[in-house]
Design a protein around this ligand. Structure first.
Ligand code: SF4
Ligand code: SF4
Length: 731
C-alpha cells in the first residue's frame, strides 16, 4: 500500500486513474476505487448471483470503473447491501463499513444464519469472545457466496451491551439479579403450585419459530408429558393452520419437497402473495437467476409491487381480497390451456365450467385485471416443462386462507395430472426454523391470540415465554400488556430485557445463536447446524440447557448431555428425521435433506369456492391496511432492531400509500400522517408511491411495534384485512 501510494513500481508514463472519491452515506459498504483493478468480479456478483443490476461499468478506457447509475452513492441505487460484491472483491476496493477492528486474525466457525427460513450457511468470525464478521462461501451450502443484508450485518446484536447477563427475580416490585438455582427453583415452584391449584391448563408455554429443533422437541415433551398442558404455542405471526390444513387436506402432506436448486432450473414460475426480496432474499436470488439464465416466465400475483414484479412476464395486480376469483379463473384458464378440446375428468370439468361461467366483464370489474391477462398468464405458465408455484403470507394470512391454499394445491395436482410432470410446489415460510417447528408439531397448537384470550379470561395463570416478545410482536399491544399484568406467574427467557420481560416475575438470560448448538430446518427441508462460536455472554445459558434444567426440576428426568443426544431422540420419534446422519466433525459444514413425503399420498382436490367479498366499503375507515415484511428487519425487529447498522437505515417509520390517494388528500412525501383504526391509531411518516394500489396502505411489520393500531383479535378477519383511515397531521 505504501509503495502504491508513493507511485513505486508503476511503469513510467502509465496514466494514473482519476477516480473521484465516492461519498457513501449508507451504513454498510464503502468503496475505495483507487484500489480497483477492473476485474469486474463485483459487477458479475451483482448481475449473475444476486441479479440486482445496481452496478455496472461507467465510462470507457482509463476512466472505466464499477459504478451505480449516474455514479450515485449506493443508497440511491437498487443496491440491497447484500455484500456479495464486497465478498468477491480481491483488492479491498469494496469493504465493510465500521467492521470491528481486531488485533489478531479472527477464528472462523461454521454456523447457520438465525434469521429467515432460507437458512444460509456462513462462517462467523470471532475474536476476544466477540463476533466481528461473517463470511459466506461454504461449499455445498444453499447460498454459496451470497447472503442478504440481515445475514451479512445482523450479527451485531450478539455483542449488544444490553444483553442480559444474569437471571433476574422480582422482589418488592423490582427485578434484581439472582442465581440460576434461585430463578429456576422459583419458576418450577410457581408452575407446580399453579398446576396443583388450578390444573395443567392453567399454565402455558409461548415460544418462537426461531428456536432450534432440539429446543422445540424438548418444549413439546415438557408441555405434553411433564406439565400435561394443552397450552403450547409457537408464535409465527400468522395462522399456520391455513397452510398446514390446506395442504394436508388436499395433498396428504405439508411443506416443500424441493430445493432452491430445483427452482433455479424452472422454465416458468407462478408467485402468489409472497415478497421474497424482503422475506426470503436467497429465494429471490434463485428466482431471478431462473428468469435471467433460463429465460423463465415469471407470473407474479400481488396487489403490491415488489422487486420481482418488474422482472415478471405478467404481473397480475388484483384488487385486495379478490384472490379467490383470480386463482379459480387462473386454474380454469390453465385447464383450458392444457386440455384443449380433449375430454377431461370430472373435477376438471366442474372447474372449467365455473371458469366459463365468469364473464370477462364481471371478472375485470371485480378483480381489476383484464381477462386477457389471465389467459396470457396461463399460456406462458403452461408453455414450460418445469413449473414452480410459490406462495406465501399474502395467501396464508387471508381470512379464507385455507380455501386459497387448497385451490393452489389443486392447481398443482391438476397440472401434474394433465402433463404427467411434477410441479414444484413451494410454500414460502418466514422464520428460520418455522419448518422444523412444523415437523415437530408446534405449529398445530393453539394460536397466541387464543392463549392471550384465555389469560384475560382468567383460565391461564402462568406463562413461560421463550425467545418471543408478544408485547411487541402481537397485535393489540394494550390487551397483551394487560394480559401479562394479570398473570400470577410470568417467566421470560430472552437475550434482552424485552418489553414482555419487563413485566416478568422471573427473567432467564438465553444465549444467542452464536453461543448455542443445535439444528434448524430450512424451507427446502434441509437440516443444518448452529455451532457455538463464543462463550455465552455473562451467565446466560443455551435454550436447550434452560429447558432441560427447568423440566428436571419439574420431575422430567431428562438426561440429555448435548443437542446431538436430543437430535438422536428426535430421529426415533419423527420419521422424516430418522435417516439423518449427524456428522462427527462439528467443525465442517454438513446438512441433511429430509426424506420427502411420499408422492403417493392420497390427493383430495377441491373445486374452488368464491365467497362473498371480504373487504366491504367502510366510509369511516376507507383504506385497507396491509402488513408486510421488510428487507432490513426481521419480524417486528426483536433482534435486528438491536443491530446498529440495520437500525440506522430504518430509523424513520413510514407507511406507504398510493400517490393518487396522497394527492387527493393533499399529503406529500415524508409528511406526518395519522393512521386510525377502530382499535387505535399510529402517528407515522407518509411515503407516496405507485407500488401501492389505490385504497391501500402498506405498513412494514417492524413499524407495528407497540402500536395500538391493530386489533387484538384477528380471528375471522385474517392478518390482511385491517381497515384504517388516513388523517393529515397539520404540524
Ligand atoms: S451489495 Fe449486493 S446489491 Fe449492492 S451492488 Fe453489491 S452485489 Fe449488488
Ligand atoms: S436470506 Fe435469510 S438466511 Fe440468508 S442471510 Fe438473509 S436472513 Fe439469513
Amino acid at each position: 500500500q505504501v509503495a502504491a501510494d508513493l507511485g513505486i513500481g508503476l511503469v513510467e508514463f502509465y496514466p494514473m486513474p482519476r477516480y473521484t472519491g465516492t461519498q457513501e452515506v449508507n451504513p454498510f459498504l464503502l468503496r475505495d476505487l483507487s484500489k480497483c483493478i477492473l476485474c469486474a468480479k463485483c459487477i458479475r456478483a451483482d448481475h449473475e448471483l444476486v441479479v440486482e443490476g445496481a452496478i455496472d461499468y461507467l465510462e470507457r478506457g482509463f476512466d472505466a470503473r464499477p459504478a451505480t447509475l449516474h455514479d450515485w452513492p449506493l443508497d440511491r441505487s437498487t443496491c440491497t447491501f447484500c455484500g456479495t460484491c464486497m465478498e468477491l472483491c480481491p483488492t479491498g476496493a469494496l469493504f465493510e463499513r465500521d467492521k470491528p477492528r481486531v488485533s489478531t486474525s479472527p477464528q472462523r466457525i461454521v454456523t447457520t444464519c438465525p434469521f429467515c427460513a432460507c437458512g444460509c450457511a456462513y462462517e462467523l468470525e470471532v475474536a476476544d469472545n466477540c463476533v466481528v464478521g461473517v463470511r459466506p462461501g461454504i461449499p455445498d451450502s444453499p447460498n454459496g457466496v451470497t447472503l442478504c443484508v440481515k445475514g451479512r450485518f445482523g450479527y451485531e446484536y450478539v455483542n449488544h451491551p444490553h444483553r442480559l447477563q444474569k437471571p433476574l427475580l422480582r422482589k418488592d416490585g423490582e427485578l434484581v439479579a439472582t442465581s440460576w438455582e434461585n430463578a429456576l427453583t422459583a419458576a418450577a415452584t410457581g408452575l407446580k403450585d399453579l398446576i396443583a391449584q388450578h390444573g395443567p391448563d392453567s399454565v402455558a408455554i409461548l415460544c418462537t419459530p426461531h428456536c432450534s429443533n432440539e429446543e422445540a422437541f424438548l418444549l413439546s415433551l415438557l408441555s405434553s408429558r411433564i406439565l400435561q398442558t394443552t397450552n403450547l404455542c409457537c408464535n409465527t405471526g400468522m395462522d399456520m393452520g391455513a397452510l398446514i390444513d390446506g395442504m394436508r387436506e388436499t395433498l396428504g402432506w405439508t411443506g416443500s419437497r424441493h430445493t432452491f436448486h430445483d427452482i433455479e432450473g424452472a422454465g416458468s414460475l407462478l408467485l402468489i402473495g409472497t415478497n421474497p426480496p424482503a422475506s426470503a432474499p436467497l429465494l429471490s436470488y434463485t428466482i431471478k437467476r431462473a428468469v435471467r439464465n433460463n429465460r423463465a416466465h415469471l407470473i407474479a400475483i400481488d396487489p403490491i409491487e415488489n422487486k420481482l414484479c418488474r422482472q415478471a412476464s405478467v404481473w397480475l395486480r388484483p384488487k385486495p381480497a379478490t384472490d379467490e376469483m383470480v386463482l379459480s379463473s387462473l386454474l380454469g384458464a390453465i385447464i383450458q390451456e392444457l386440455s384443449g378440446k380433449n375430454s377431461i375428468p370430472g373435477e376438471l370439468k366442474e372447474i372449467r365450467r365455473l371458469y366459463q361461467q365468469v364473464s370477462p366483464e364481471d371478472f375485470e370489474k371485480t378483480t381489476g385485471i383484464p381477462f386477457g391477462h389471465i389467459k396470457e398468464a396461463a399460456r406462458l405458465f403452461c408453455a414450460a416443462e418445469k413449473k414452480v408455484i410459490a406462495f406465501g403470507n399474502g395467501i396464508i394470512q387471508q381470512p379464507r386462507g385455507k380455501n386459497l391454499v387448497r385451490t393452489i394445491c389443486t392447481m398443482s395436482c391438476l397440472i401434474e395430472q394433465l402433463t404427467n410432470r411434477e410441479v414444484i410446489l413451494f410454500p414460502v415460510l418466514k422464520q428460520s426454523n418455522a419448518v422444523g417447528c412444523m415437523h415437530l408439531g408446534l405449529l398445530e397448537t393453539k394460536t397466541p391470540e387464543t392463549i392471550f384470550q384465555e389469560i384475560l379470561a382468567g383460565h391461564i395463570k402462568g406463562l413461560w415465554i421463550i425467545g418471543d416478545d408478544p408485547a411487541v410482536n402481537l397485535p393489540g399491544a394494550q390487551q397483551v400488556l394487560a394480559a401479562l399484568d394479570k398473570l400470577a406467574l410470568l417467566v421470560v427467557a430472552d437475550s434482552f430485557l424485552s418489553r414482555s420481560a419487563q413485566k416478568a416475575h422471573i427473567v432467564l438470560p438465553v444465549a444467542s445463536f452464536a453461543e448455542n448448538a443445535g439444528s434448524i430446518t430450512n424451507m427446502e427441508n434441509r437440516v443444518q447446524f448452529m455451532r457455538p462460536a463464543i462463550n455465552p455472554v455473562g451467565e446466560s445459558l443455551p435454550g436447550w440447557v434452560i429447558i432441560t434444567q427447568l423440566a428436571n426440576m419439574l420431575g422430567a428426568g431428562f438426561n440429555f448431555g448435548s443437542p446431538k443426544e436430543i437430535l438422536e431422540n428426535i430421529k426415533t420419534q419423527v420419521p422424516a428425521y430418522a435417516a439423518m446422519v449427524v456428522s462427527e466433525n462439528s467443525a465442517t459444514y454438513s446438512s441433511h435433506l429430509l426424506s420427502t413425503p411420499a408422492t403417493t399420498a392420497k390427493q383430495t382436490l377441491c373445486v374452488p369456492q368464491i365467497g362473498e367479498p371480504i373487504s366491504l366499503p367502510d366510509p369511516e375507515y376507507p383504506f385497507l391496511l396491509v402488513l408486510g415484511s421488510m428487507l432490513f428487519q426481521l419480524d417486528a425487529g426483536h433482534k435486528t432492531a438491536r443491530c446498529r447498522r440495520l437500525a440506522k437505515i430504518t430509523t424513520d417509520e413510514y407507511a406507504e400509500l398510493n400517490m393518487d390517494d396522497a394527492a387527493r388528500m393533499n399529503i406529500s412525501d415524508h409528511e406526518n400522517i395519522r393512521l386510525v383504526s377502530p382499535a387505535g391509531e399510529k402517528l407515522i411518516k407518509s411515503r407516496c408511491t405507485k407500488k401501492i394500489p389505490q385504497g391501500t396502505v402498506f405498513l412494514p411489520l417492524p413499524f407495528t411495534r407497540r402500536s395500538t393500531l391493530l386489533p387484538f383479535s384477528v380471528s375471522g378477519s385474517g392478518f390482511k384485512n385491517f381497515k384504517v383511515r388516513i388523517e393529515k397531521v397539520s404540524s
